[in-house]
Design a protein around this ligand. Sequence first.
Ligand SMILES: [Zn+2]
Length: 301
Amino acid sequence: MPELPEVEVVRRGLAEHVVGRRITAVEVLHPRPVRRHLGGAEHFAAVLTDRRVVGAQRRGKYLWLPLDSGDALLGHLGMSGQLLVQPSTAIPEKHLRVRFRLHGAEGGERELRFVDQRMFGGLAVSAGGAELPAEVAHIARDPIDPLFDDEDFVGRVRRRSSGIKRILLDQTVVSGVGNIYADEALWRARLHGERLGAKLTRPQVRNLLTFVREVMEAALLEGGTSFDALYVNVNGQSGYFDRSLRVYGQEGRPCSRCGTAVVRVAFMNRSSYFCPRCQPRPRSGSPSRPRTRATGALDRD
Ligand SMILES: [Zn+2]
């Protein structure tokens, strides 16, 4: 399943290879990926044909292409979706579902192709959605969005009495931080996921946010190496997951900081991984006890 950094890689690819081009033809090869377009496949094709793509935007894992009509082509990759930019002559992919013929001012025909084996993803036209599609307006910005408001995030975390990992996964507080990124960032920040948001200091939350960004940007760099000039690929796992994980999936392996065995516990039908020494569990029954660990830089405000 594409994580947010991979979706951002796709957005950048679209910005480079699709923005500025005119859609000259739309072919829907399977109805399921356009099921959320209420007008149906024919209407979907009709409102997109002869429109120019004027941007490539993202909110969380949703992508949209603002059009010169004021509408937007909105997409979600779901579990297995890919957006590929291919020469029109390239052989159709096995799971090709929707194809858009593009014409650029400098000539040369290309296609934007939506390929999706399992079809949990999809495409729709958001009427008047060029600026911000109504369908995604409820999703909070993510930490690698240039307009993310750090101090607002710090305030929201500190107003919540739930565990910090649960807060990180709450899409109304911050989007795009999945289970893997949460565990990795909490390890770097030396925070146990059950530490309560309301009990964290401002510097602790700011510090955690810095680590969330660090983890996501490292994955973005890895993902950014996986497409070339004409090929935007989201579906491949980025190499980041193999090389750079410190705790996620590392149960029983020594913590790279202190050597203590990494622990796995059940968490919301998934798993949490942490180092029991670097990330001590908050003592239950006395949640207001003062912090006893020296946290160094964390104590600066
Ligand atoms: Zn450790």
